[in-house]
Design a protein around this ligand. Structure first.
Ligand SMILES: CSC[C@H]1O[C@H](OP(=O)(O)O)[C@H](O)[C@@H]1O
Length: 358
């Protein structure tokens, strides 16, 4: 399956080449494929905040490259570059609050800096670390894709109708995707009859990104309004809801795109299995439960406007962009360390004690 997934790869969102970071501007997809170049940590922080690049793992990977850009600038200036670099770490850490992959990546870059030997070339070492973070995420996605397909096969044979939310594909990660990586692999294995993609208001990651990724690869996909998801579960024999995550806490609660929680409640009601797919860089064992996860609220204009054009009445808008699904509504969490079925604190701790499978 690995080889077929690699052969099927069409899309990437992050390009690090000869010391320059280029990001595919996801605000313009699917109508325009525009790449933007970045030369500083502050610019990368802006790109994350403005969702040029989005998706928990992709945010972490981009921030890691942002640290390298900051380091190069500080070294060029000279002086106490290590102290000056703290400003770059700060602006990157303040870009978005919920996806723990951002903080995981920044901590990993900081730890690598702290292990520098006097003979090391800081720029070379940090660039290698950022590239390793990027490549490790792609590898994790390949591993999770295989584990997710095995989980589907364990419950169902033949083509399935699967519903997914937001975008968890190559655009949200270092490649292949998390939930969408499982869906890609399931399609390659003949396990997909149809994918139902929630449009995912207000930013429309499903309508603009997931539908685009899947259509590009000939995966049968139908776009549906978020409000149609429960009706689809009731009338269309959907067997799985498969989603990503932005932060998973020690007890297995999952923060993900707004609308995920109501999908899980409806999935429970309709006997649809609920799978979360995320690398262990999304797991935050320092938080006991989902109650502790900071939930990002974005500008209400994302609700009041579409494509920059006002569509709503002149009213206040409430725009939290994540919600928390309790562990007891989740059938399985798939990571590159293995699968946790019926997640709880003990099972999450056991998972995190395991080595990565790749
Ligand atoms: C591969 S996880 C992607 C995760 O991130 C998305 O949020 P956003 O588009 O706001 O960055 C969404 O929660 C996805 O599940």
């Amino acid at each position: 399956m690995r080889e077929r997934l690699l052969a099927a790869e069409r899309v990437t969102a992050i390009d690090w080449r000869k010391g320059t970071l280029r990001l595919l501007d996801q605000r313009r997809l699917p109508l325009e494929e525009t790449w933007l170049s970045y030369d500083s940590a502050a610019e990368v922080a802006d790109a994350i905040r403005e969702m040029v690049v989005r998706g928990a793992p992709a945010i972490g990977i981009s921030a890691a490259y942002g640290v390298v850009l900051g380091l190069r600038a500080r070294l060029d200036i000279g002086g106490d570059w290590r102290a000056a670099l703290e400003e770059d770490f700060r602006v990157l850490a303040e870009s978005r609050p919920t996806a723990v992959n951002l903080f995981w990546a920044l901590n990993r870059m900081r730890e690598r800096l702290d292990r520098l030997k006097p003979t090391d070339d800081p720029l070379q070492v940090l660039e290698a670390e950022a590239i390793a973070i990027h490549e490790s995420d792609r590898e994790a996605n390949l591993t999770m894709a295989q584990l997710g397909v095995e989980l589907i096969r364990k419950q169902h044979s033949g083509p399935q109708k699967i519903l997914t939310h937001c975008n968890t594909g190559a655009l949200a990660t270092g490649g292949f995707g998390t939930a969408l990586g499982v869906i890609r692999a399931a399609h390659l294995e003949g396990l997909v009859e149809r994918i139902y993609a929630d449009e995912t208001r207000p930013w429309l990651q499903g309508a603009r990104l997931t539908a685009w990724e899947l259509a590009n690869e000939g995966v049968p996909v139908t776009l549906n309004a978020d409000a149609a998801a429960a009706h689809l579960m009731k009338t269309e024999s959907i067997t799985w809801v498969i989603v990503g995550a932005d932060r998973i806490t020690a007890n297995g609660d999952v923060a993900n795109k707004i609308g995920t929680y109501q999908l899980a409640v409806n999935a429970m009601h309709h006997g649809v299995r609920f799978m979360v797919v995320a690398p262990s860089s999304t797991i935050d064992m320092s938080l006991e439960s989902g109650d502790d996860i900071p939930i990002e609220e974005r500008d209400g204009r994302e609700l009041l406007e579409i494509g920059g054009k006002r569509v709503a009445a002149e009213v206040e808008a409430f725009n939290p962009v994540f919600d928390v699904t309790p562990a007891d509504l989740i059938d399985a969490i798939v990571t590159e360390r293995g699968v946790v079925e019926r997640p709880d604190a003990a099972r999450m701790a056991e998972l995190m004690s395991r080595k990565r499978l790749h």
